[in-house]
Ligand binder design. Sequence first.
Ligand SMILES: Cc1cc2nc3c(=O)[nH]c(=O)nc-3n(C[C@H](O)[C@H](O)[C@H](O)COP(=O)(O)OP(=O)(O)OC[C@H]3O[C@@H](n4cnc5c(N)ncnc54)[C@H](O)[C@@H]3O)c2cc1C
Length: 487
Amino acid sequence: MTRKYDANLVVIGAGAAGLVSSYIASAVKAKVILIEKHKMGGDCLNTGCVPSKALIRSANIKSYIDRAKIFGFNITDCTVDFASVMRRVHKIIRRIEPHDSIERYTALGVECINGEAKILTANCVQVNSRIITTKNIIIASGARPLIPKIPGLNKVPYYTSDTIWNITALPKKLVVLGGGAIGCELAQCFIRLGSEVTLIDRSDRILKKEDAIVSSEVIKKFTEEGIKLRLATEVIELNSTKDSSGQKNSIICKNTAGVTEEIFFDAILLAVGRKANTQWLNDQASPVNIKLNSNGSIAVNQHLQTNINTIYSCGDVIGSYQFTHVASHQAWFAAVNSLFGFFRQFKVDYSVIPWATFTDPEVARVGINEQEAKYQNIKYDLTQYDINDLDRAITDDEDHGFVRVLTKKGSDRILGVTIVGYHASEIIAEYVLAMKHKIGLNKILSTIHIYPTYSEANKYTAGVWKRANTSQKLLSLVQKFHVWRRS
Ligand SMILES: Cc1cc2nc3c(=O)[nH]c(=O)nc-3n(C[C@H](O)[C@H](O)[C@H](O)COP(=O)(O)OP(=O)(O)OC[C@H]3O[C@@H](n4cnc5c(N)ncnc54)[C@H](O)[C@@H]3O)c2cc1C
């Protein structure tokens, strides 16, 4: 039988979103072709989650060495071999690489092609000189670091999260521009490894999507560790001059109090946000006009379908939550809706999205926080448990941070949780499950948690909630009962 289409699905981009879309499509026996122009694994493997978490591990080991005395060790000499730290980062990438490799995906039944995809029509994609006809297309072309327009930027060598992994010498003085998750994680890595770090942000706090109390907790640690914070500060320009002592780079900035400062640096890391990779759609002379949002990301409906019926999109390129696990989550909807949408389209479910920022202390969140509840006019009760009271945290000398749970007013239904502290990104999993399956704080309270663990903090938080929500009338009745029993 001659077939009208070469493939059921062409997936453009082999990052988390594209890989998972291809995986799902091949698992249900569709003919799927995956096109990647650069490296399999995309940002997460090559320049994002994997290298950053590998670097954080080295930086954290160094911070333990710096704190060794409190654990009973006298370590007098510890030098950082930065080149070796970075070699380890690349070794870790190579170890994880096979998970995302052409070999693995080919074995799964996906045809992988290396090259830049061009969309010719709603059912036709070109890669290299090959023309592929396809019933559907998924665009999963990701995002890249945003390069801000700063006067003088062309005069100084700068790094982004795409390029910082190639350095082999520790910058003596590092300026980090941007106090979001990427800027904060990397600023702390570099201070711990020995750089002098200044973090600049135009906002008056870091991690501004989180509640102010969260920012304060992280700021407290950053300040203790020596990160110089320049908040509520605008960058004016960058300069580079040369004299007998060599090249001098500096950044001139001004805070909201009107104070101007010139900060000298060896390296500057730009971490001011990310931009969807959609330029290639404009560059190609195609009759297919895919609608974009005002920030350049691809506009999709609740089924992750673009304005072109046959074309779906997922991952960072649609710009919602830019996390690997969200890209994978969306990929299921994009793959299933594109392949089976003929029968039924599923709405992408964003009701329970967790994430973490891997600073020390870690910040983990699921659902809404207090500032979002207020903004959305949602009535809530707030319960906070301070981890400085937790036995396991005390044994480990990690007795800091808190668990904050928002519940529906007068109910134990969880609306959102923020955890700041050691292993927050792991402890939050219980709440993610609870929210997903509508398990309330009463059930968490009645669940046995291993002693002594960090996850006990979840049970104790539920205990704090219970004490605040037990009827005083009932308690006074019970008290009367006990008095009567003693009579
Ligand atoms: C420093 C850093 C740390 C991070 N840490 C975390 C973390 O700890 N946890 C977490 O969940 N997330 C983290 N993220 C975010 C995470 O990396 C992204 O959300 C995730 O990689 C998005 O996957 P994606 O598939 O949408 O895009 P990408 O991974 O960017 O993949 C898109 C792919 O498409 C390819 N492509 C683009 N255009 C074309 C074309 N025309 N033809 C063919 N191929 C094309 C690109 O080459 C790229 O490989 C981090 C990001 C950064 C930068």
